[in-house]
Design a protein around this ligand. Structure first.
Ligand SMILES: Nc1ncnc2c1ncn2[C@@H]1O[C@H](COP(=O)(O)OP(=O)(O)O)[C@@H](O)[C@H]1O
Ligand SMILES: [Mg+2]
Length: 378
């Protein structure tokens, strides 16, 4: 079994697993300085874009392709490659197709998709700078300003006053204006392949703030444990959205849950490996990235995955790695250390300047105790 992986940045999360399953790993990457190249049995440095990876897949006669792409921008081109390789060469490509990708990478299309499917989402309007200037727009503050494309909070601003809107329009010619929701931000990752889907675990990412602090910068825990939140219902919603979207591979569905109104609103869908994946793995003991390899091998067993889901208490936060710290970064970044053991119930991951620790234990109090021993970034 030979698999082509596209993108080296996340390759360290699958390399050892794929090799342990007897897979010959071929890696394609555009950055010759990328750190994970040596982990592959064979690697190719190619120009950006999907033409070259597609050629490699064909000339190397691989059995499947697993794109490991954590950013939105290339996803549409990846989806086009998927449809071509699957249709013309019967070569499985473990990612979402064109339709699901178009919807998920564009927040206006996302909103329209949710509305068409009667899924609650914060109210919104689209407006250009010109329309804003020329009309007497009456807005309730706070309100959220966004761009159709962006991730990690790029282009998202919580406006508290008309002045905030004006300064936003200094930068962008148009905006999505969305109702601000006060509540808990929750994600669920859903695995889906061949029309079978398995939602994993609810991840609590902190409450929304007026500063619009992105959940990536907060302490996050799993499973979510919030008063009045029905986790089973939430997980079912995530599954239904993924099915309706016809997403494939791994998809993250984001929600805001209001404890006041008890309403679950859907914020967005991301059809790519999610920033919550270490929390999901820590809590459920299902590693979404490894499951992509299983899908590629034709050995994905959704019912078995469902049965094996655990409910450990997972906790993740930013970590400053410096000489005062009791851990040595090199040792912790070694892919061999990407496991939870009783001696080391944590995983360190992420780039040096933005490293994170994900902890697992039987309950959240213990998880907090474990991270106390590290110097945590405020
Ligand atoms: N309607 C909203 N109400 C409150 N906070 C919001 C709202 N929309 C976005 N935010 C905040 O901004 C963050 C980023 O918004 P999101 O739509 O998920 O875009 P991105 O693709 O950048 O993650 C959210 O995680 C949340 O913290
Ligand atoms: Mg988001």
């Amino acid at each position: 079994m030979k698999i082509l992986f596209i993108g080296a940045r996340l390759f360290d999360e699958v390399a050892l697993y794929a090799q342990s399953r007897g897979v010959t790993t071929i890696l394609s990457e555009s950055n010759p300085k990328s750190s994970n190249l040596k982990l592959a049995d064979e690697y190719h440095i190619v120009p950006r874009g999907m033409d070259h990876p597609m050629n490699i897949a064909l000339t190397e006669d691989v059995d499947a392709v697993v794109p490991l792409i954590g950013i939105d921008k290339p996803l549409l081109e990846v989806a086009k490659m998927k449809e071509k390789l699957e249709k013309e060469y019967h070569l499985p490509v473990i990612t979402s197709g064109i339709n699901a990708t178009e919807i998920s990478v564009n927040k206006i299309k996302t909103k329209n998709f949710l509305i068409e499917n009667n899924i609650s989402t914060p109210g919104f309007t689209e407006i250009t700078k010109k329309q804003y200037v020329n009309s007497k727009f009456r807005l309730k503050f706070p309100t959220v300003l966004k761009q159709a494309e962006g991730q990690g909070g790029v282009g998202v601003k919580i406006a508290l006053s008309p002045a905030d809107i004006e300064s936003y329009f200094e930068i962008y010619p148009e905006a999505i204006i969305e109702d601000f929701l006060k509540g808990a931000e929750i994600s669920v990752e859903v695995l889906r392949w061949k029309n079978k889907s398995v939602p994993l675990v609810s991840v609590y990412k902190g409450d929304t703030t007026l500063e619009g602090i992105h959940p990536l910068n907060k302490v996050r825990t799993a499973p979510a444990n919030l008063e009045n939140l029905d986790n089973q219902k939430l997980i079912k919603m995530a599954k239904n959205i993924t099915d309706e979207l016809d997403a494939n591979g791994t998809t993250e569905i984001e929600f805001i849950f209001s404890e006041e109104t008890k309403q679950i609103n859907t914020l967005e869908m991301n059809t790519r490996p999610s920033g919550t994946r270490f929390l999901t793995f820590s809590s459920s003991n299902i590693n979404p990235m490894h499951q992509l390899v299983n899908m590629a091998m034709g050995e994905w067993k959704p019912r078995a995955v469902e049965r094996e889901i655990k409910q450990y208490a997972a906790l993740e936060m930013s970590l400053s790695l410096n000489e005062n710290n009791q851990i040595s970064s090199q040792n912790n970044y070694d892919p061999k250390n990407r496991v939870f053991t009783s001696d080391k119930p944590w995983i360190i991951h992420g780039p040096d300047n933005a490293s994170r620790i994900t902890v697992r234990s039987e309950n959240l109090t213990n998880s907090f105790e474990i991270v106390k021993n590290f110097k945590i970034k405020e």
